[in-house]
Design a protein around this ligand. Structure first.
Ligand SMILES: C[S@@+](CC[C@H](N)C(=O)[O-])C[C@H]1O[C@@H](n2cnc3c(N)ncnc32)[C@H](O)[C@@H]1O
Length: 291
């Protein structure tokens, strides 16, 4: 397994694997997060037998609730426990490590900044369910001259857990099933968010955004691990299992994203694949926009 090196008969030393586990907070959080998921996988065969092998879609009564014997979503369950909240948020800051951040390969200047109002008082980007704001932070550092406001939205427990937010980011406590408070932003961004939910909830969440978008101006960007129609890479399929057991969610194909966008009142523009594996970007505008 290469977890320890034997130096001599009685002494051992850590390897690069154990050193990484010791020194990297996101790596430690990943292991702890996987540990939270293990009991669910253990009981999954039982759950699927009882539910006649249907794809789970009831977020209050899925594999997570069955394994933990609760009636709340994983997010609500973790929200009651500061340690679990910290583990999850740290894990989310680490999942993008080793991959190029989307702002470095998506044509941000061309698709987002160029057509924006260029006014300081207008909102350039809302990061819906943005966690600790790592995407907004990277965006701002990469495009410091872009004008406009940046809004980070998440559940109260997550917003309260953000300790090192840079000053240009305004944090708003918001439940994305409720009315979206920020109107007419240039970009509404949802990264690793919708794969946590079954189709019906995806449409509800997106519809709250659609209602406040400015015609001919606002865009929606979805950062998602997209499943290829054939010969799928192993990574999004593993994420697919993880999302199913934890949240009754899933990873989806481009075709399925197109359908969900349309159901929420959006026009699918394009899927931008990432370089290598990892999450790509789905770009959409309001249905009826001439783009
Ligand atoms: C998988 S994380 C993604 C976080 C961040 N966008 C990222 O890419 O790291 C999903 C986020 O959705 C948030 N969330 C879950 N339910 C929510 C709700 N009802 N309203 C707002 N945010 C919610 C969680 O707190 C979490 O931060």
């Amino acid at each position: 397994m290469n977890w320890i090196d034997q130096v001599d008969e009685n002494s051992f030393k850590p390897t690069s694997i154990t050193n990484t586990l010791r020194d990297s907070k996101p790596m430690q959080a990943s292991v702890k997060h996987m540990y939270l998921a293990l009991p669910i996988y253990a009981k999954l065969p039982d759950f699927l037998r009882k539910t006649n092998y249907k794809s789970p879609a009831d977020v209050d009564d899925g594999p997570f609730q069955y394994a933990y014997n609760v009636k709340e979503t994983a997010f609500d369950y973790w929200a009651k426990d500061p340690v679990a909240t910290d583990i999850f948020n740290t894990f989310m800051s680490g999942v993008r490590a080793g991959r190029k951040n989307w702002v470095h390969w998506f044509p941000v200047q061309d698709r987002l900044i160029s057509g924006s109002s260029g006014r300081d008082e207008d909102v350039l980007m809302v990061d819906v369910g943005g966690g600790r704001g790592h995407d907004l932070t990277t965006f701002i550092k990469t495009f410091p001259a872009a004008k406009g406001r940046y809004i980070l939205e998440d559940l109260p427990v997550v917003v309260d857990d953000v300790h090192d937010r840079i000053s240009r980011i305004e944090a708003v406590k918001h439940d994305f099933f409720k009315e979206q408070p920020i109107h007419d932003a240039r970009v509404y961004f949802l990264h690793h968010v919708l794969h946590d939910w079954p189709d019906e909830d995806v449409v509800k969440i997106l519809s709250q955004v659609t209602k406040v978008m400015k015609p001919g101006y606002s865009r929606v960007l979805l950062g998602e691990n997209v499943l290829a129609d054939v010969d799928c890479h192993i990574y999004p399929t593993l994420v697919d299992w993880g999302m199913m057991v934890l949240h009754c969610g899933m990873t989806r194909t481009v075709g399925r994203w197109k359908t969900l966008c349309e159901l929420a009142g959006l026009k699918f523009i394009k899927y931008w694949p990432p370089p290598g594996d990892g999450d790509g970007i789905i770009e959409a505008v309001l249905a009826g926009d001439d783009l």
